[in-house]
Design a protein. Structure first.
Length: 274
């Protein structure tokens, strides 16, 4: 699926959602018993009143004159209006009709939930539940990515300190890379008790590296260790002494972090405990 679209499954039907959290009414309609169209929902007076209130709150350009005319006709047997007509006449923003591969009628989540009630009370309950699950998963992934990026940024600071204080002039590329790997493994040994190579040898079927499988608690500790190691490098401490200090600090910090409720919550939402 395109990065612009996500989907959830509600009562065995796949529902498309845009990156702006507009939900496909076209997909949702497949769950309603009988031969119905979105225009059948739009002709309902209660629907028009709800849409009018929503637009009044969210849309400063809403055309109240056209809305009044539509509202006066809503509910009549002879009355019918399409989504495109509704949008064109009232300048509404809560509903939109899209063309193309993921085409159809989409609605803001507030309106989509209301449409879900028109399908059935059960459908609305599951729709809200699955949408909330999607948002919780996205939030957890966002927090995980932030922690991972923070670790990468601090690693850049860390490697800059190595280049400035440990690497002599005129080293070739292989020597430079070896120096960096050594420093990375100091942190790995201090926190994980093994080097990157040892972890790869123990986990041949896993992709990535040891840090990709760290949980949020370990990533928070790793950020602190990277900063401290950069300070120790600037102070001219030898690797052996730095490793000893970092290991002691890692033990102390992990004992504190595992008891921290906010870090526990991040682990539950976005961490990887493998």
């Amino acid at each position: 699926m395109s990065k612009k679209y996500k989907n959830i499954v509600v009562l065995n039907n796949r529902i498309t959602i845009t990156k702006d959290d507009f939900i496909s009414l076209t997909d949702m309609l497949k769950s309603k018993d009988g031969d119905f169209f979105i225009s059948d929902w739009l002709r309902n007076r209660n629907t028009i009143e709800y849409l009018g209130i929503w637009e009044r709150i969210h849309n400063p350009n809403f055309n109240y004159g056209e809305f009044a005319i539509i509202k006066s006709q809503a509910g009549l047997n002879s009355y019918k209006i399409s989504v495109k007509e509704w949008v064109n006449k009232t300048k509404a923003i809560g509903l939109t009709a899209k063309a193309g591969r993921y085409g159809g009628t989409y609605a803001h989540k507030d309106i989509a939930f209301e449409f879900g009630m028109w399908i059935s009370a059960e459908f609305k309950i599951y729709l809200v539940k699955e949408f909330q699950r999607l948002k919780e998963n996205e939030q957890g992934q966002l927090e995980w990515n932030i922690k991972r990026q923070l670790t990468k940024i601090n690693y850049r600071i860390h490697t800059d300190a190595i280049k400035e204080n440990l690497i002599p002039e005129n080293l070739d590329k292989k020597q430079i890379n070896f120096a960096y790997a050594n420093e990375a493994d100091i942190l790995n040994m201090a926190l994980f008790g093994k080097t990157a190579k040892q972890w790869r040898d123990e986990n041949p079927d896993k992709k990535g590296n040891i840090r990709d499988y760290a949980n949020v608690t370990q990533l928070v500790c790793l950020v602190n260790l990277e900063n401290l190691n950069a300070v120790f490098i600037n102070e001219g401490l030898e690797q052996q002494e730095r490793l000893t200090r970092l290991n002691q600090i890692a033990i102390q910090q992990m004992k504190i972090l595992v008891k921290n409720s906010s870090v526990k919550m991040l682990n539950d939402n976005g961490g990887n405990d493998e």
